[in-house]
Design a protein around this ligand. Structure first.
Ligand code: NAP
Length: 317
């Protein structure tokens, strides 16, 4: 029987769906796989379901050599932890789970926007510390989102879902910078460059994939171009932002705040960020809802099922 290795426990329904057609081994740990585990998974299984933090690099693939594994059905839309070119060169197909994550991740972007702009984390910490002295007209004044301009970096599935929420839900203006022209079903202004976008917006939201091309896309130059009252939201991947430059920009007042779901050296979060009241910090919650994680898992399983039935992968990368 086809042997499949799942690198983390996924929702029970997903495991049951996989067991319908394969001999499934579930790694019970919740931490990223070690290099030895990844080499073992490639050698001993026909298919693997890896996820965030499982770095199937060219070196790991080379060490594994001529692998039994012929498909990596990634759990997640982001696949910057897999060297797809090296996998393909080794005869291993790769798939991901686009779409299933879109709305939930867009929701978390809005959550970060609201929490940061309206100082919700700061207010909650104040209250929990027993320091709230009661309502008064000038307490904890934040930035009202209505009528402001959001700038989307990466106007893909998630970027568009964020833009729609901002436009239809909050009456915000939408601007974006993208590599390819976009046909959108809501009003949005295309800016010529990332720097132009940075200079024009009140909230800048990152929704690009991670990887070499977007590494440190948001650096000191981009942060300097932003307005001092503006906030930066990152739900993409940690290393899209040069974290040290972000800390400098926040500490020097170059920008007003940040809302982060992902971190450059995740799960390490610099003390400097944790110390700042104007920064909202979430533990990579983008897709953290049972229905969403189940949908994602079912997509991974559907890719495996198709692969082992000799059919094209529904979500081939
Ligand atoms: P998508 O539909 O592929 O959209 C990505 C967009 O980024 C595309 O529109 C693309 O622009 C743009 N882009 C790609 N490379 C770029 C570059 N080098 N410079 C500028 N723009 C670039 O992907 P998605 O489904 O929206 O997901 C986006 C990312 O969100 C994922 O890859 C993942 O890393 C992250 N994510 C995070 C969470 C979380 O839990 N926080 C959850 C889900 C996803 P063009 O169309 O112009 O080429």
């Amino acid at each position: 029987m086809t042997k499949v290795f799942m690198s983390r426990p996924l929702p029970e329904a997903v495991q049951a769906a996989a067991r319908e057609f394969c001999d499934l081994t579930v790694r019970e740990l919740t931490t990223p796989m070690t290099p030895d585990e990844m080499v073992m998974s490639l050698a001993d299984y026909d298919g693997v379901v890896p996820t965030l933090g499982d770095f199937y690099t060219a070196d790991i693939l080379a060490e594994a050599g001529d692998t039994r594994c012929k498909v990596l059905a990634n759990f997640g839309v982001g696949y910057n932890h897999i060297d797809v070119a090296a996998a393909k060169a080794a005869g291993i197909a790769v798939s991901n789970t686009p779409g299933a994550v879109t709305d939930a991740t867009a929701d978390i972007a809005l959550c970060l926007m609201l929490m940061t702009a309206r100082r919700a984390g700061e207010g909650e910490r104040l209250l929990r510390a027993g320091q709230w002295e009661g309502w008064h007209p000038t307490q904890l004044l934040g930035m009202h989102l209505g009528g402001k301009t959001v700038g989307i970096v990466g106007m893909g599935r998630i970027g568009q879902a964020i833009a729609r929420r901002c436009h239809f839900g909050f009456g915000m203006n939408v601007a974006y910078a993208s590599r390819r022209p976009k046909t959108l079903d809501f009003p949005a202004e295309a800016k010529d460059s990332l720097l132009d976008l940075a200079a024009a917006v009140d909230v800048m939201v990152l929704a690009v994939p991670g990887g070499a091309e977007t590494h440190h896309l948001i650096n000191a130059d981009v942060l300097t171009a932003m307005q001092p009252h503006a906030i930066l939201i990152n739900i993409a991947r940690g290393n899209v932002v040069e974290e040290a430059a972000l800390i400098n920009a926040l500490q020097s007042g170059q920008i007003a705040g940040a809302g982060l779901d992902v971190y450059e050296f995740e799960p390490a979060v610099p003390e400097a960020l944790r110390a700042m009241e104007n920064v909202t910090l979430l533990p990579h919650l983008g897709t953290a809802a049972l229905e969403v994680r189940t949908d994602m898992g079912m997509m991974s399983v559907a890719n495996l099922r198709a692969f082992f039935a000799g059919k094209p992968l529904p979500n081939a990368i």
